[in-house]
Design a protein. Sequence first.
Length: 133
Amino acid sequence: MLASLLIFFLISLIGIPFTGGFFGKFYSFTAAVSGGAIALAIIGLVNSGLAAAYYLRLALITAQKPAEDQPIPPRPEVGIAIRAAILMAAAVTLILGIVPGATLQAAQSAAHTLQAPPANSAPPAAAPVQSPQ
């Protein structure tokens, strides 16, 4: 199970569709190209290709059986809390890859709160002060 989840997370890091990593890379490269940083997008794509080769090699090693003359290492003991955390991370990675819309909308609405107001806008009017009588 741990090896399968490792391979799943490596696939997400590569940016294969239907994983959260695909949309992360897609939106990053789209923002770089639309912002005029074509060279940065090209560097990112080359880096993604090199990383994919590394990740696929690691996945291949993970999926292979040990040689006949090598002893089989003991299985690691994984507690229930770590199992739950790993399974939740896998579920979120899969959900973000299939239905990223809700998370993207939340991120966009949060980004609008971080933007400075336009320079030509007037400051908010102060509330009128009432004098005590």
